[in-house]
Design a protein around this ligand. Structure first.
Ligand SMILES: [Zn+2]
Length: 558
C-alpha cells in the first residue's frame, strides 16, 4: 500500500516537472500579464465611471461608463488570444494551481464574449429596448397611472379586496405588453448559447459562472423537500391572519391578498417596528464600531464612499471594488432607520470582503470566490440589524426589551426566509424550463409553479404573461438563484461561527459583536483567498463541508 503511494507521488513529480509544462506555464503567465496591463486601466475606468454616474446622475459619466464597457468586451472578444487560451487549456499541461484557476476564469470570460458581433449587438439592442419599456411603462387603473411604488403601497395597505384585485391585475399589465418581446429575446440568447456549444442560455450562464446546472438543481430540490412542510404550515398561519384582516374566508384568499406583487416578501402578520430604536442613533457610527469590534476596520472604505441622499443620485445601494487593489467604496442613501442599518451593514459586508482579499494574489484572482459568496457575507451582517441581541449590544436597548421582542423578530425572519425561498424556487425552475423550451405554454408553466411552490391560487381562467411582469426574467437572466445560494451559505457560515468560534448552540441567535476572532476567521478562511479556490472548494476549506441547504433549513425551519 505504502509503495503504491510513493510510486504515484513520483509520477506526479515527473509530470509536474516536464519541460512542456514549464514552457506552457511560462507562456500562459506572460499572456495573463499582457492582458492585465490592457484590462486593468479599462476595468478601473469602468468601475470609477459607474461609481461617479451613480453618485452624480450625470449623463457624461453614464456615457463614459458604457464606453469603457465596450472597450472591455473588445479585450475579451480577441479571437487570437482566445484560441491560444483554448489550446493551452486543452493541452492539460498547466499544473500550477493558481495558473489553472486564472486560466479557467479567463477562458470562461473569453468564451462568453466569442459571439458574432452583429448577434451581440442585436441582443444588446433588444435588451435595452425592453429595459426602456419596463422603466417607462405605467400601470393604469380606471385611466389613472400608477408607479410601482403606488402599487406596492396599495397592496400593502388596502383592506378592500376589490381594490386589491384591480391593483394586482394592473401590476401585470406590463407582462402582456412585453411578453412576446421577452420570448424573442430568450430565443436570441439561446441562439447565442447554441453557437458557443451550450444546450441553451440557462445552461451557458450557469456554466460560465462556474456553476454546474445539475448541482444547482440538486440543491434546489434538497431545499424544496426541506422547506415544503414548514412553509405549508406557515402559509396556513399567513392565511388565517390575512383572512381575518380582509374579513373573508381563508379559501377565498387570492394572489392579490398577500401584500406584494409576487408574494416574494413576507406578509406583515407580526407586530414589529424596529425603526424607533435607530431614530436617534447614527447608523454609520454603529456600523463602524461594530466592524471594529470584530477586528475589521471600515474607516478607509467609508472615507471613499458616498453615503447620503443627493439630487439625481442612484436610489439603492451597492459596493464596488474600483481597482482590485483595495479602493473599495459603497454607495448608500442612509437614514437612521432599520432598513438602512441593515443595508449599511450589508454593503460593508461586501466591502470588508473585497478590502481584505490578499492583494499579492494575481489580478484575476483578486475577487470573491463567486458573486453568491460575497452575497452570503453581506447577508450575515445585514441580518444583524433586526437581531434583538445585536440591538442590545450595539444600539443600547435593554436586555428585557431584547427578550421581549425576540420571539416576534425571530418568527418574522423565519417567515421572510421561507416566503423568499419558495419564491426563488419558482424563479429558478421557470427560467430553467423556459430556456429549455421557449415555445411551451409559458403562462401555464408560471402558474403551475406558483401553485406548486408558493401555494397560491391561480385566478380562474388566468392565461396572461404574468411571468414577464418580473423584470429580472428579461433584464437579469439566470441570476436569481444566486440570492438563494447566498442565504444558504450565510447560514452555513453562521453555524460554523457559532459552534467553532463562539462555542454556542448551532442555531443560537448571537450578536456577533466585540469578538475579533470572528473577523480573523472570516479574514483567513473567506476573504484573503479571493478567487484562489473554486467556490465550493473555498466553502469546504472554511466550514468543513461543501455548500449545503442543511444549515439554512436548521436555522429557519425549527
Ligand atoms: Zn449584496
Amino acid at each position: 500500500m505504502k509503495k503504491l503511494v510513493v510510486f504515484s507521488l513520483v509520477v506526479l513529480f515527473i509530470t509536474g516537472c516536464n519541460s512542456g509544462t514549464k514552457k506552457m506555464e511560462k507562456e500562459l503567465k506572460a499572456l495573463i500579464d499582457t492582458l492585465e496591463v490592457k484590462a486593468k486601466p479599462v476595468e478601473t475606468g469602468a468601475a470609477l465611471a459607474y461609481f461617479n454616474a451613480a453618485v452624480t446622475g450625470k449623463d457624461e459619466e453614464y456615457k463614459k461608463s458604457s464606453e469603457f464597457n465596450i472597450q472591455m468586451s473588445k479585450i475579451y472578444q480577441d479571437t487570437v488570444v482566445f484560441a491560444r487560451l483554448r489550446e493551452i487549456k486543452e493541452s492539460g499541461k498547466i499544473k500550477d494551481s493558481l495558473l489553472t484557476r486564472q486560466l479557467n476564469i479567463l477562458y470562461n470570460t473569453f468564451l462568453g464574449n466569442q459571439v458574432d458581433e452583429k448577434k451581440m449587438e442585436d441582443i444588446i439592442n433588444a435588451q435595452t429596448k425592453l429595459e426602456q419599456k419596463y422603466s417607462t411603462f405605467r400601470a393604469t387603473i380606471d385611466g389613472k397611472k400608477l408607479t410601482d411604488n403606488d402599487i406596492e403601497s396599495i397592496l400593502k395597505n388596502s383592506a378592500n379586496s376589490k381594490e386589491l384585485e384591480k391593483c394586482w391585475l394592473a401590476s401585470k399589465q406590463i407582462g402582456e405588453n412585453v411578453g412576446a418581446d421577452v420570448i424573442k429575446l430568450v430565443k436570441m440568447r439561446n441562439e447565442m448559447a447554441h453557437s458557443l456549444g451550450f444546450a441553451n442560455y440557462h445552461d451557458m450562464s450557469l456554466r460560465l459562472s462556474d456553476q454546474d446546472p445539475d448541482q444547482i438543481e440538486k440543491l434546489f430540490d434538497e431545499l424544496d423537500s426541506l422547506t415544503r412542510d414548514t412553509f405549508s404550515a406557515l402559509k396556513s398561519d399567513i392565511d388565517s391572519a390575512l383572512a381575518a384582516k380582509y374579513k373573508i374566508k381563508p379559501e377565498a384568499l387570492m394572489p392579490w391578498h398577500y401584500q406584494n406583487r409576487f408574494f416574494q416578501e413576507a406578509s406583515a402578520i407580526y407586530n414589529i417596528n424596529l425603526d424607533g430604536y435607530y431614530a436617534k442613533l447614527d447608523v454609520v457610527q454603529l456600523a463602524t464600531d461594530f466592524y471594529a469590534g470584530i477586528g475589521l476596520d471600515v474607516t478607509a472604505i467609508l472615507a471613499n464612499s458616498d453615503l447620503y441622499e443627493k439630487e439625481g443620485k442612484y436610489q439603492h445601494a451597492f459596493c464596488t471594488h474600483i481597482d482590485r487593489s483595495g479602493d473599495v467604496r459603497i454607495v448608500c442613501n442612509i437614514k437612521n432607520n432599520d432598513q438602512w442599518m441593515g443595508t449599511t451593514l450589508h454593503e460593508l459586508g461586501h466591502g470588508v470582503y473585497d478590502k481584505n482579499i490578499d492583494m499579492q494574489l494575481p489580478y484575476y484572482l483578486r475577487t470573491p470566490a463567486h458573486t453568491f459568496t460575497t452575497e452570503a457575507i453581506a447577508m450575515i451582517f445585514g441580518r444583524l440589524a433586526s437581531n434583538p441581541y445585536w440591538l442590545r449590544d450595539n444600539a443600547g436597548i435593554s436586555a428585557e426589551e431584547a427578550d421581549r421582542i425576540s420571539r416576534d423578530v425571530k418568527n418574522n425572519l423565519r417567515l421572510q426566509q421561507l416566503v423568499f425561498s419558495r419564491w426563488s424556487q419558482v424563479m429558478f425552475r421557470f427560467e430553467k424550463s423556459m430556456y429549455a423550451n421557449p415555445d411551451q405554454d409559458l403562462n401555464k408553466l408560471w402558474w403551475d409553479l406558483v401553485e406548486q411552490y408558493q401555494l397560491l391560487k391561480r385566478p380562474e381562467g388566468r392565461n396572461n404573461a404574468d411571468w414577464a411582469a418580473k423584470i429580472h426574467i428579461a433584464s437579469y437572466p439566470c441570476y436569481y438563484h444566486n440570492y438563494q445560494l447566498g442565504e444558504l451559505l450565510a447560514s452555513q457560515l453562521q453555524v460554523y461561527i457559532n459552534t467553532s468560534i463562539l462555542k454556542v448552540g448551532e442555531y443560537d441567535i448571537v450578536s456577533l459583536s466585540r469578538n475579533p476572532e470572528i473577523g480573523t476567521y472570516l479574514l483567513n478562511s473567506v476573504f484573503r483567498p479571493g478567487a484562489k479556490y473554486q467556490w465550493n472548494d473555498m466553502i469546504k476549506r472554511a466550514t468543513g463541508e461543501e455548500l449545503t441547504a442543511k444549515y439554512y433549513a436548521g436555522e429557519f425551519l425549527k
